[in-house]
Ligand binder design. Structure first.
Ligand SMILES: Nc1ncnc2c1ncn2[C@@H]1O[C@H](COP(=O)(O)OP(=O)(O)OP(=O)(O)O)[C@@H](O)[C@H]1O
Ligand SMILES: [Mg+2]
Length: 264
């Protein structure tokens, strides 16, 4: 449960005592989280653990009811999505928010088209290609409408778009949830390349295999609270126990069931 990054460089993002209340519902309580440059922090937890709420707090969608957020060593207030983006905290929400009928270039630059008066199509296309190539993304053509891309390619476009403003931290909400095996591998490779470019990555996932494959640290939330920080080497039993808070339930029940099967 020790933080292997302890003593390492100052985190880009540092949360202390962050709480969020929705009326009577305490969605987050006293959350502590550090994200460093060039690391993937996986955020895991059961349904309702508070993962999306935490992402929305960091994306400037929700205001915390309590606690402090530091960005690059400075206390910050993330009071709007624009503010979070401006600081350098980008989010790829689960629904991706791509425009099906527009091509890859148009989607990449949606909302921040280059050129002060007119769109410079050539410049945008060159920039789009360069970025996708840097990410070694497998997109057949940047003039292809998004509607004709696979799930993995769409995820790639959404991630590339969030990188255009060169954020310090990028948050990915369930990027592999709807993907097949090969596409999942592509997206995991992409996450590693994003990390290797020096961005801090917050990865939300229900898939422990994906989490283990790319996470430098695994932060467990349970019932809106921190419930341990682990590494990819942590056993499944230990992770499941931290997530469910029920070592003596889910895990031991399963073991007991197996023992019963053996005895029969
Ligand atoms: N806008 C809201 N208003 C009221 N309650 C909310 C709101 N958003 C979240 N909650 C509550 O906060 C708690 C945490 O929800 P959250 O969506 O953050 O969980 P999660 O970890 O993302 O779960 P899942 O894995 O199902 O996506 C839940 O009890 C949820 O009902
Ligand atoms: Mg959620």
């Amino acid at each position: 449960m020790t933080d292997p990054r302890e003593g390492a460089a100052q985190p880009i993002l540092k949360l202390r005592g962050v709480s969020k209340q929705f009326g009577a519902v305490q969605a987050l309580k006293d959350i502590e989280l550090d994200v460093h440059a060039g690391e993937v922090v996986a955020l895991v937890g059961d349904n309702g653990a508070g993962k999306s709420t935490l992402v929305k707090v960091l994306a400037g969608v929700h205001q915390p009811t309590d606690g402090a957020i530091e960005f690059m060593g400075q206390p910050v207030t993330l009071d709007s999505p624009g503010k979070a983006l401006e600081l350098g905290i980008a989010t790829v929400f689960q629904d991706l928010a791509l425009c099906e009928n527009l091509d890859v270039v148009a989607n990449l630059f949606l909302g921040h088209e280059l050129g002060p008066w007119a769109l410079d199509e050539v410049q945008m296309e060159v920039r789009a290609w360069t970025l996708l190539q840097e990410l070694a993304a497998r997109i057949p053509s940047v003039r292809e409408p998004v509607a004709s891309l696979s799930g993995g390619q769409r995820q790639t476009v959404a991630i590339a778009r969030s990188l255009l403003l060169d954020p310090k931290v990028i948050m990915l909400d369930e990027p592999t949830a709807a993907l097949g095996v090969a596409q999942t591998a592509e997206v995991l490779n992409l996450i590693e390349r994003v990390r290797d470019r020096g961005h801090g990555v917050i990865l939300i996932s229900h898939n422990m295999e994906d989490v283990r494959a790319v996470a430098d640290r695994i932060v467990v939330l349970r019932l809106g609270q921190n419930n341990g920080v682990f590494t990819a080497e942590t056993s499944n039993a230990e992770l499941v126990a931290a997530i469910t808070g029920a070592t003596e339930n889910a895990v031991s029940r399963r073991r007991a069931r197996k023992l019963e099967e053996v005895e029969q």
